[in-house]
Design a protein around this ligand. Structure first.
Ligand code: ZN
Length: 74
């Protein structure tokens, strides 16, 4: 027996290589399908962070409901 390596033929099989890790977005266990995220939604969130991060524009939320110009004076 010489010239044939049967050892390396199994190296391409990646099943079982996936180790579940906490999703960087929400902390749930990630799925192999969406790794390193737990779901497509979390992957989208991360993607949006990348996009918004490139703009580096701080978003200030105005809550108009909290401030009303109508002073109820008696
Ligand atoms: Zn997640």
């Amino acid at each position: 027996m010489s010239g044939k390596k049967t050892d390396d033929s199994n190296a391409s099989d990646g099943s079982g290589a996936f180790v579940p890790r906490p999703c960087p977005i929400c902390g749930k266990m990630s799925l192999a399908r969406y790794r390193p995220f737990c779901s497509k939604r979390c992957a989208d969130v991360d993607l949006q962070r990348w996009f918004t991060g490139s703009y580096a524009v701080p978003v200030v939320e105005e809550d108009r409901s909290a401030f009303s110009d109508d002073d109820d004076e008696r």
